[in-house]
Design a binder for this molecule. Structure first.
Ligand code: ADP
Length: 697
């Protein structure tokens, strides 16, 4: 404690010395003391408003940041979960396949049979035995469409077939096939009906219509297979080519050559399957006399070659050489698969005993499966978008999560990104705005609260100060008449006043001062009664002019003694007004003595009474110091005294005008003030002619 005091006084001394340089220590100290108040205020302000504001702003900022991060983290978690599910599904696809192959090998069964059971994407399988011989390529059975047999056995299909046969009516058949198409359900039946109708139309000679129907079949049912496993697209192109050959041989020939070339060059043949070979062979038959001889010869050769097993063995030697033992991609343990992508095929290879197996999986079919997984994942997670990427694709810039599809699809990956790139930002924005609004509101409320609290405190302090001043002022006000009375009384008692005139003056002074005293006491007591709510008035119908007259007369003597002129001007028509004459006299006394007190030396006071639109007005005017604009709204407040030094020099208690206002309101009237600093002040009392609401109170 002593330390602190010492330190403080040291600081103070230092400050005083610095400030004292050219003004002296006393001035410096008083300046410092003057600074104390504002410094304290700044301290409190910083403590109650700035510091909590900074803390709140900091926490607000931190919470906005964390909210943003959590929105992003949530999106990331979702994306990760989706990516995990998809990656697991892809893995499942391959592990199921591998598991089935291994299962068969372990049970001593051949993995080269019933290939679609191993994987729907499986195209073909090979085995290289220990001696290095390539086992015959295995032809998986073509998946034949499952058809609704009852559709083909019943009318109209059955009738159409009969009508189409020789001796029937192909035009009728075409109509019946159209009817069948209407009833068909499923793409296979629909495609078949459309193709059969084209065929019937062709037989009926409606070639234009037939061509249109075939074109439609190619476009809509191109890859649908018929009961024999043929592609409807191939059949329709054959028939259309046949018609065109009859009409415009060059166009027809070109169309058929296109078909043959496509079958030979771009299709992946399933060995031993006639479904690819037969349409090509039929096209070559049709082209027999139309196409160039050497093209025909070489193409026929290619067709035979491709349909022979030897061709396949040769074709695959290259591919297989990259997959066979010694290739880097072979799994180390028996049954371990390694994957390699060549063109549209994914080769899955594994050792088992002395045999080397390799399986060709159709990438397109795999992709279709993956797409289906993605579709499912997206439908359950609507805010995310999944993209399948090959090694060449550029991953989306806003990808939240990625999964490698190695080792199966090396270089492939899937990326999960927000469906709507702006949605995440919009969500973050929305959350940020919400937080900002809450923080803004809190800052506003804290600030308002602090201001309100400081305003209330300063008001309470004001009132407390005014009350303290009031007690001091009342004591002061009491002292001077008491002193006067005592002085004059003692002079008389001790016979110090010899002449009659002097004695008379002393008596008068005693009476005057006693009156002043009793007025003061009246005011204080009245005020106390008003504060308690115990003040009562007796309203009587009395001529208001008389009340004013006698109040002015009572004041006149002491006014004139102080060299003040008081003018009274009353209209003749002043009516009877319900009022308490004593209370109104007190009002007038308070206002007149204020006019005298705040008037100028040897000044003038004017009292005037006249009728107004709704009653009677009494004006009490002076040409005194006036009241400043800040003070005007406050002068009727309890204990309020102006802080203006000129007004402060005059003694007072600060309750005179409060009593005036209270009495006027109790009379159902009011008091107004008009004033100009340095010019003077006029108080106006407004009385109504109606009896006050509670007469007799
Ligand atoms: P006080 O006892 O201080 O006169 P009042 O309630 O009568 O208390 O008046 C309140 C304040 O109003 C005064 O302190 C003074 O500043 C101002 N005031 C009242 N009457 C006048 C006047 N006639 N001229 C100038 N100032 C006045």
């Amino acid at each position: 404690m002593a330390d602190r005091t010492q330190r403080r006084s040291l600081l103070l001394r230092l400050a005083v010395r610095l400030l004292a340089r050219d003004r002296g220590e006393v001035r410096a100290l008083s300046d410092l003391m003057k600074l104390r108040g504002p410094l304290q205020f700044v301290g409190i302000f910083a403590f109650t408003i700035i510091a909590p504001g900074i803390i709140l702003a900091y926490f607000g900022w931190a919470s906005i940041r964390s909210e943003e991060l959590s929105v992003r983290a949530e999106a990331l978690t979702n994306a990760d979960a989706t990516a995990d599910v998809l990656a697991a599904q892809v893995e499942g696809l391959f592990t199921t396949f591998e598991g089935s192959v291994r299962g068969r090998l372990e049970r001593g069964q051949s993995p080269m049979e019933r290939l679609p059971e191993l994987s729907p994407a499986l195209l073909v399988a090979f085995r290289l035995d220990g001696a290095g011989n390539l086992a015959a390529p295995f032809a998986p059975p073509v998946t034949r469409p499952i058809m609704d047999q009852s559709f083909f056995l019943a009318s109209p299909w059955r009738d159409a077939e009969l009508a189409e046969q020789s001796g029937g009516d192909p035009a009728r058949a075409a109509g019946l096939y159209a009817e069948a198409a209407d009833q068909a359900r499923g793409i296979t039946a629909l495609g078949q009906a459309a193709f059969a109708r084209g065929r019937a139309l062709m037989k009926a000679g409606e070639t234009d219509e037939a061509k249109a129907v075939f074109a439609d079949v190619v476009a809509n049912f191109g890859s649908v297979r018929d009961v024999h496993g043929f592609r409807l697209g191939d059949l329709a192109r054959l028939k259309r080519g046949e018609i065109l050959l009859g009409e415009e041989p060059t166009i027809g020939s070109a169309a058929l050559q296109d078909l043959v070339n496509e079958i030979l060059s771009t299709r992946l043949w399933v060995i031993g399957d006639r479904a690819e070979w037969a349409p090509a062979n039929r096209a070559l038959e049709l082209l027999e006399d139309v196409a160039p001889k050497d093209w025909l010869a070489s193409t026929r050769g290619r067709l035979e070659e491709k349909s022979s097993q030897a061709f396949w063995a040769e074709q695959l030697v290259d591919d297989l050489s990259t997959l066979t033992p010694g290739g880097a991609s072979i799994g180390v343990s028996p049954g371990d698969f390694s994957y390699r992508r060549l063109g549209d095929t994914l080769w899955a290879s594994a050792w088992w005993g002395n045999d080397f197996y390799t399986f060709a999986l159709d990438i397109d079919a795999l992709m279709t499966r993956l797409d289906k997984f993605v579709e499912q994942a997206e439908s359950s997670e609507t805010t995310l978008r999944v993209t399948l990427l090959t090694a060449q694709d550029v991953p989306p810039a806003d990808a939240l999560s990625r999964r490698n599809l190695s080792p199966w699809l090396t270089g492939w990956s899937l990326a999960v990104a927000p469906r709507d790139a702006d949605a995440l930002a919009a969500l973050q924005d929305r959350k940020r705005t919400q937080r900002l609004a809450v923080i803004g509101l809190s800052v506003f409320m804290i600030t308002t609260g602090a201001f309100l609290a400081s305003w209330l405190v300063s008001r309470e302090l004001d009132v407390a100060r005014m009350k303290a001043d009031f007690a001091a002022n009342v004591s002061h006000e009491l002292r001077s008449p008491i002193t006067q009375i005592r002085l004059k009384g003692e002079s008389l008692m001790l016979g110090l006043v010899f002449d009659d005139e002097g004695r008379a003056q002393h008596y008068e002074a005693i009476v005057r001062e006693s009156e002043r005293l009793s007025r003061l006491v009246d005011n204080v007591l009245d005020f106390a009664a008003i504060e308690r709510g115990a003040k009562k008035y007796t309203f009587r119908p009395v001529d208001i002019g008389e009340t004013v007259q006698s109040a002015v007369d009572a004041a006149r003597y002491s006014m004139e003694a102080r060299d003040l002129t008081i003018d009274l001007e009353l209209s003749d028509d002043l009516p009877v007004v319900f009022h308490d004459p004593e209370a109104v006299s007190q009002v007038l006394h308070n206002l007149i003595s204020n006019a005298a007190k705040y008037g100028k030396e040897g000044g003038w006071i004017g009292v005037a009474g006249s009728m107004s639109t709704d009653g009677v007005e009494i004006h009490i005017s002076d040409r005194g110091i006036g009241i400043s604009e800040e003070d005007l709204p406050r002068i009727f407040e309890e204990y309020y005294r102006s802080s203006d030094p000129q007004a402060r020099r005059r003694k007072g208690t600060g309750i005179g005008l409060t009593i005036v206002r209270y009495i006027m309101e109790a009379h159902g009237g009011r008091v107004d003030v008009q004033s100009q600093v340095g010019q003077g002040t006029t108080f106006t009392l407004h009385f109504t002619l109606k009896p006050p609401e509670q007469p007799g109170l």
